[in-house]
Design a protein around this ligand. Structure first.
Ligand SMILES: *[C@@H]1O[C@H](CO)[C@@H](O)[C@H](O)[C@H]1NC(C)=O
Ligand SMILES: *[C@@H]1O[C@H](CO)[C@@H](O)[C@H](O)[C@H]1NC(C)=O
Ligand SMILES: *[C@@H]1O[C@H](CO)[C@@H](O)[C@H](O)[C@H]1NC(C)=O
Length: 237
């Protein structure tokens, strides 16, 4: 049993260090909200967090872009038109740091490929719009009101350079042109994630009790399976 625990502890530690950034480990939101769902986006070091009530269409989001400099803008958008022309029709939240240090955050509907992303209203009501820049990460917070009973959205996210306090055209690298996809807002929350707490931190005194110890071992096992099964394969076979 002890050996079993040690092997999985080791695998779990390796697993943590091999995937340093996953959405559910981050809980330090400056608006002190806890998000019940999150997803690691496949491009541009990005993560989306949300709470959603489909009956009212109320969608609270935090879009987080890690490893970004103060001379970059970023945007997160819903495109109700579709993902074919992901950019045209994007109902965007845009943020970047101004040269005086303040964050600028606003909404913009993208209507052309040569847009300068001027500020305008979206098709959706947007409130509690806010952005922060810290630790080389920008986070945009907003609450959007979608048509009620919406379940899936087309999301688009992007980053690009800022010059003289104005956003400039983004790169056409693969990561920038593939940064789009559908998001099922009703997908069940990550079970390893408890709102407001960092659930991967063990409670040392609790884990002394054997029942909880077993739960902890199982949790490690599933986390390992989720993010490190390839690693297990390498180590055991
Ligand atoms: C920075 O500039 C913006 C726009 O000109 C202004 O709204 C904001 O208050 C300024 N911030 C500081 C800290 O001066
Ligand atoms: C949303 O779904 C509920 C439950 O199925 C239904 O009662 C309501 O009429 C729907 N609202 C709209 C706007 O379709
Ligand atoms: C750890 O577990 C013990 C026993 O169940 C409990 O009294 C204590 O409050 C817990 N500590 C934390 C930080 O959750």
């Amino acid at each position: 049993m002890l050996r079993f625990v040690l092997v999985f502890s080791l695998l779990f530690t390796l697993c943590l260090s091999s995937s340093a950034q996953t959405c559910s480990k981050f809980t330090s939101f400056s608006n002190n909200l806890a998000y019940s769902s999150c997803k690691d986006l496949p491009y541009l070091n990005s993560f989306i967090y949300w709470n959603y009530k489909s009956s009212s269409g109320s969608l609270q989001i935090a879009y987080r872009h890690a490893r970004i400099t103060a001379s970059n803008w970023l945007a997160w958008a819903i495109n109700p038109v579709g993902l074919q022309s992901a950019m045209i029709g994007a109902q965007s939240l845009v943020a970047f740091q101004l040269s005086n240090g303040s964050m600028r955050v606003y909404t913009s509907q993208i209507t052309s490929y040569t847009t300068t992303m001027p500020e305008d209203k979206l098709k959706y009501d947007v409130s509690e719009l806010k952005a922060t820049y810290a630790n080389a990460e920008i986070i945009i917070y907003a609450t959007l009101t979608l048509p009620s009973n919406t379940t899936t959205i087309n999301q688009v996210w992007q980053d690009g350079p800022v010059s003289n306090d104005n956003p400039e055209a983004h790169s056409l690298a693969t990561a920038n042109t593939n940064s789009k996809g559908t998001l099922d807002l009703t997908s069940s929350p990550d079970p390893s994630r408890q709102p407001g707490t960092n659930s991967v931190t063990p409670n040392v005194s609790a884990s002394r009790s054997s029942g909880r110890m077993l739960t902890w071992v199982l949790l490690r096992f599933w986390l390992t399976m989720l993010c490190g099964w390839k690693l297990i394969h390498v180590m055991l076979f």
